[in-house]
Design a protein around this ligand. Structure first.
Ligand code: NAP
Length: 431
């Protein structure tokens, strides 16, 4: 039986989960790995903080860098979070010291993954990050191992449990966006500062890593087009439902006909019959399209203490078993430079506008659409007492296939003739 020494840096939700799994399931883990895994040190911000796991029996390090560098550890687990600062310093210094590192930090990998993976290789260390994407869903392993022989044409899915929880609460329980967010925070599905989640950045971090793995390019977070869910109102959820759709925040990366990759995170109208529409609450799901297996959908808990800690444990097993898959699926030297482009694809769109309740409004909309070459599949004037009191009417439109530029021009034209007090909601309808 080999000895494996693990240092855990960050003892919040996920860090405590790892400590708990390593103590509660140790005999099963030992049997499967033939290794005696011991926690040789832990570090957090505040030693005296009340925690749900016993940490007194482990050596405490006030300075996480000291644990990352000076201690004879085989694996350093970074669970602090944040795209730079102390998390970056910990990972960087551990790798420079030749230590294997496991992290759940998608922001860090999205922003500095190219550099850190190179640093790991130069120092003969491993940097693994299964837990950074979609919690317990083994999407990183699936891409670098199981489907590696396929040419991937697209990867898409629900990559943020907080947004999915909010959208499902609005849809199932008629809650407002703010109330749904508040409940997500109370239940621990959303952070006190939910900006990264609701503005789409968290999903974009994950998408940029997946996209690199699928298309053999360096990670390119800067070319993810991002639209969050902040502007989605209950009226949109209801109107979408009337049209037979559900709204989900999707991350989509695909290879276009010209060979360029587009990466986009955006709320999307999905047919209620589609697989992803059935992914509810805090669940995540990822679909991959490959030339041999065609389509594969994996779903499950996308975040949370134990699902995420369980993915961390999977990476610990990989290090013990000395599996040697390239961390991004393609050897770093063979990764091409990014050829990403901002998304210019066409699709059908849903629009919701608030316009003055005066005659001629409908005609001005249809004229503006026609002027920009857009056919309207449906236009519905909705009844809202609140808006009627303000002498406004909500109007929803489903267009036929067009592009964002034409839609934006049409909305500009409508605004020239009318008064639209809120930014119109424009949501892509996924085919
Ligand atoms: N929570 C999830 O469901 C989930 C899912 C997937 C990925 N992740 C990722 O996992 C990572 C950890 O997330 P989390 O939810 O566990 O975070 P968390 O609950 O906020 O815990 C962060 C931990 O980092 C420690 N810390 C902060 N600053 C530090 C410093 N300067 N030195 C040492 N320790 C410091 C904190 O110490 P104190 O406890 O002493 O304050 C705390 O234990 C993040 O990268 C996150 O994105 C989380």
């Amino acid at each position: 039986m080999v000895d494996v020494r693990v240092g855990i840096i960050g003892l919040g939700s996920v860090g405590q989960g790892v400590v708990k799994i390593l103590s509660d399931n140790i005999s099963l883990i030992q049997k499967k790995t033939n290794a005696k895994i011991s926690i040789i040190g832990v570090s957090g911000k505040n030693k005296n903080k009340q925690r749900e796991v016993q940490i007194n029996r482990y050596q405490w390090f006030d300075n996480p860098i000291s644990l990352a560098v000076n201690v004879d550890a085989d694996i350093i687990v970074e669970l602090i979070g944040g795209e730079d600062g102390i998390a970056l310093q910990v990972v960087e210094s551990a790798l420079k010291a030749g230590k294997n590192v496991i992290t759940a930090n998608k922001a860090l990998i999205a922003k500095s993954g190219n550099y850190l993976l190179d640093l790991a290789e130069k120092n003969g260390a491993k940097l693994l990050f299964e837990a950074a994407i979609a919690g317990s869903i083994p999407i990183v392993k699936t891409l670098k191992e199981s489907v590696a022989s396929n040419t991937i044409s697209a990867i898409y899915g629900i990559l943020n449990g907080t947004c999915n929880y909010i959208l499902t609460s609005m849809e199932k329980e008629g809650m407002s966006f703010d109330d749904a967010l508040k409940r997500a925070q109370e239940l621990g599905f959303a952070e006190a500062d939910p900006t990264f989640d609701i503005e789409g950045y968290d999903a974009a971090h994950k998408l940029s890593i997946l996209s690199s793995m699928c298309f053999g390019q360096k990670i390119d977070f800067d070319h993810v087009k991002i639209q969050g869910i902040k502007a989605i109102e209950l009226d949109d959820i209801r109107a979408a439902s009337d049209y037979g759709y559900t709204i989900r925040l999707l991350g989509i990366a695909k290879k276009n006909k010209d060979g360029h990759i587009s990466q986009v995170v955006r709320p999307s109208l999905l047919s209620k019959e589609s697989d992803l529409a059935g992914i509810e609450w805090e669940k995540n799901a990822v679909t991959i399209r490959g030339n041999y297996f065609k389509e594969l959908l994996i779903s499950g808990p996308g975040a949370g203490r134990y699902p995420t800690a369980s993915a961390i444990m999977g990476d610990i097993f990989d290090i013990i078993n000395n599996t040697n898959y390239p961390p991004l699926g393609t050897p770093l030297k063979a990764l091409s430079k990014s050829s990403n482009e901002m998304n210019i694809e066409t699709s059908r769109f849903y629009l919701r506008l608030l316009l003055p309740d005066i005659s001629g409004t409908m005609a001005s909309i249809t004229n503006a659409m026609a002027k920009n070459g857009i056919s309207i599949d449906d236009i519905t004037q909705r009844i809202s007492k609140k808006m009627k009191d303000k002498n406004l009417v909500p109007i929803t439109i489903i267009t036929s296939t067009t592009d964002f530029t034409s839609i934006n021009k049409a909305v500009e034209d409508i605004n020239k003739n009318n008064y639209s007090p809120t930014t119109p909601n424009i949501i892509t309808i996924e085919s």
